[in-house]
Design a protein around this ligand. Structure first.
Ligand code: FE
Ligand code: FE
Ligand code: MG
Length: 170
């Protein structure tokens, strides 16, 4: 644990920061697996474009889990050690893919990103002007989640437009 590094945290309990980061850590692992498995089972029109996006997002979520684990350790905490705890600590839960169609898969993922955006905005708000380093890390992650939502929504809109124009021509 970094003594001087942690002494600059003011106005918030370090245990509270660790707790928030561990909950987000659970979210990231569940998001990683959700993207991983969605990229495998997805079916339908323009699925290759969707697979590329889902795989890229899986990589990003795993990188986020890494960033959070490192920060939790710096703060003197322990990242969740048992995957069972992902379900008891998660903010955003896990959306099991039931309908494998591209549009349904993208819809599930957009919901997840919207929850992630709210979660990181809340953490950023809680640590603002109190824990500068955590604020910087969660801000970086938040920017990625905003990009994720936008990428998925743009892709979903393209697919929906394509289907609409196909229908007009048959
Ligand atoms: Fe993430
Ligand atoms: Fe994301
Ligand atoms: Mg993307």
């Amino acid at each position: 644990m970094a003594k001087r590094g942690n002494s600059i945290i003011k106005g918030i309990e370090i245990s509270e920061v660790i707790n928030m980061l561990n909950k987000a850590y659970a979210d990231e692992w569940l998001a990683y697996y959700q993207y991983f498995i969605e990229a495998k089972v997805i079916k339908g029109i323009m699925k290759d474009a969707a697979i590329a996006e889902l795989e890229q997002h899986a990589t990003d979520e795993l990188r986020h889990a890494n960033m959070l684990a490192d920060r939790i350790l710096q703060l003197g905490g322990t990242p969740l050690l048992n995957p069972k705890e992902w379900f008891t600590h998660t903010n955003c839960g896990y959306e099991e893919p039931k309908d494998f169609d591209v549009v349904a898969i993208l819809e599930d993922s957009i919901k997840g990103e919207q929850c992630a955006i709210s979660t990181y905005a809340n953490i950023a708000e809680s640590v603002k002007d109190k824990d500068i380093v955590t604020y910087d890390i969660v801000s970086q992650i938040l920017a990625d989640e905003v990009e994720h939502e936008e990428d998925l929504q743009a892709l979903s809109d393209d697919i929906t437009d394509f289907i609409t124009s196909m229908k007009k021509h048959i």
